[in-house]
Design a protein around this ligand. Structure first.
Ligand code: SF4
Length: 453
């Protein structure tokens, strides 16, 4: 049982029946008051708490806090599931020009929050380290608390990149698909390139520390999910974001199965979570799985609504924006990919012409699960999100029934798994959940009430 404020408790269908018939016992009525499910009146403290948390769960930052920048679409690799349909390394007219950089700095000055994060994506953004350096330097002057993430395939760990990394606000994010064999198969195609990648990854970790390097896998073979986790562990990487191939870009042709393989993915993912719970119980070097952390935060940290792939409402271009190699704006990276393959034009303006407010407003009408028929009747609504771009991508319409979507089925499965584990009160899970929420592998006071041991 949940309410809009995200309070919850576990109960049988008999309780539902009794509530319907208005025949509950006095002790259960007291329990409902205590849990913020019942109120004497709207002036009560309980109601204020309920109203505050309900509002907090729907609050989204009203200034740009995260800008994803694509200084070039060119890339020196050709991964089988490339989401963006990258351009070849020698292609012309796929890079930001100087004018775009200048306009971008003005744009940041006018619209960005003081706590700004800029992520450089591609293509391979390190092909234009000159642009990255200029943006880092200029933005740091006008928004000194800004942080930067360079997403790179780490085929080159050049002197210029090392110089940029002297700035402690710059982090590295890379793709590591698992074993060397798998990484070669999916990404580099040549073992020599894979060796180069692993050498560079070790070197960058040595130079700037694990805390400034993150890696993400794309799981193309679900049977190998445990091997992926073990590879991360062996590299000293404590966080892994388990994600299947995204049904975008080149993947639409080369990984057609990724459109509808949600059941298989859920099975593999849940098995991996069980493995991580066991691993954390016995190993000193603990593992955090990013997806699990995101879902747990959605339950226990109301107000943390910055993750655009799982929140509701999910307003377009309000706190998050993608700026493509040609200066055009997109609501998300997936949206730019859909536009690139010609499925639908989701461009919402440009650095030169500003925001296309009409288009943004029309997209925003569907970006709230409060208005969705299925979500209105779902107990997970306060924690879940809405993603019309994924709907358009997979089903070519926003009107596809939500309960049948990949998005709904996956998130419902993850939340259900989490609540199932909480209802069992297994201490090993509670410690792993505490680790994901607070960084320490010990039962946190906030979760102590679930402990059945
Ligand atoms: S699990 Fe599905 S029905 Fe429930 S809120 Fe999420 S998207 Fe909506």
């Amino acid at each position: 049982m949940t309410n809009d404020a995200g309070n919850f408790f576990f109960g049988s269908s008999e309780i539902v029946q009794r509530l319907k018939e208005n025949s509950i016992e006095p002790f259960f009525e007291r329990f409902l008051f205590k849990k913020n499910f019942a109120f004497n009146n709207k002036n009560s403290l309980e109601y204020s708490s309920y109203a505050f948390n309900s509002a907090l769960r729907r609050l989204t930052p009203n200034k740009l806090k995260y800008i994803l920048v694509i200084p070039t679409l060119r890339c020196d690799l050709s991964c089988t599931y490339c989401q963006v349909s990258r351009a070849s390394i020698k292609a012309k007219s796929f890079d930001w020009c100087d004018e775009t950089v200048d306009r971008f700095i003005d744009f940041v000055n006018e619209y960005a929050d003081t706590e700004l994060k800029i992520e450089f994506q591609g293509g391979e953004p390190t092909l234009r380290l000159d642009l990255i350096k200029k943006i880092v330097d200029e933005v740091s002057k006008i928004r000194p608390s800004s942080t930067f993430i360079i997403c790179t395939n780490l085929q080159n760990y050049s002197k210029e990149l090392k110089n940029i990394l002297h700035n402690k606000n710059v982090q590295i994010s890379t793709s590591l698909d698992g074993s060397k064999k798998l990484h070669t198969q999916n990404r580099t195609k040549k073992m020599t390139s894979t060796e180069k990648f692993f050498t560079n990854l070790r070197e960058v970790i040595k130079d700037i520390g694990h805390h400034r390097v993150s890696a993400l896998p794309t799981i193309s073979d679900f049977d190998q999910i445990m091997d992926v986790i073990k590879t991360y562990h062996s590299m000293g990487l404590n966080e892994v974001f388990l994600r299947p191939v995204n049904y975008q870009g080149f993947a639409r042709k080369k990984h057609k199965e990724s459109k509808n393989d949600v059941e298989k993915w859920i099975k593999a993912y849940c098995k991996a979570i069980d493995y991580i719970i066991e691993h954390n119980e016995t190993e000193d070097q603990k593992i955090i799985e990013t997806n699990l952390a995101i879902h747990l935060r959605r339950i226990f940290h109301p107000g943390q609504n910055g993750y655009v792939d799982l929140r509701s409402p999910n307003p377009v271009a309000q706190d998050y924006l993608v700026i493509n190699y040609d200066g055009s704006f997109y609501p998300t990276d997936e949206a730019r990919m859909l536009t690139r393959i010609g499925l639908i034009d989701l461009r919402i303006g440009s650095i030169k012409d500003g925001m296309d407010l009409e288009k943004i407003n029309s997209l925003n009408q569907a970006q709230d699960n409060k208005n969705d028929k299925a979500c209105k009747n779902c107990a997970l609504q306060p924690f879940c999100g809405v993603d019309i771009i994924d709907k358009i991508s997979r089903y070519q319409t926003v009107d596809y029934p939500t309960e049948k979507t990949y998005f709904c089925q996956f998130h419902m499965a993850v939340f259900t798994k989490i609540f199932d584990l909480f209802s069992k009160g297994d201490i090993r899970f509670l410690k792993t959940a505490s680790l994901h929420l607070g960084g320490t592998y010990a039962l946190s006071p906030a979760l102590a009430g679930f402990n059945c041991d």
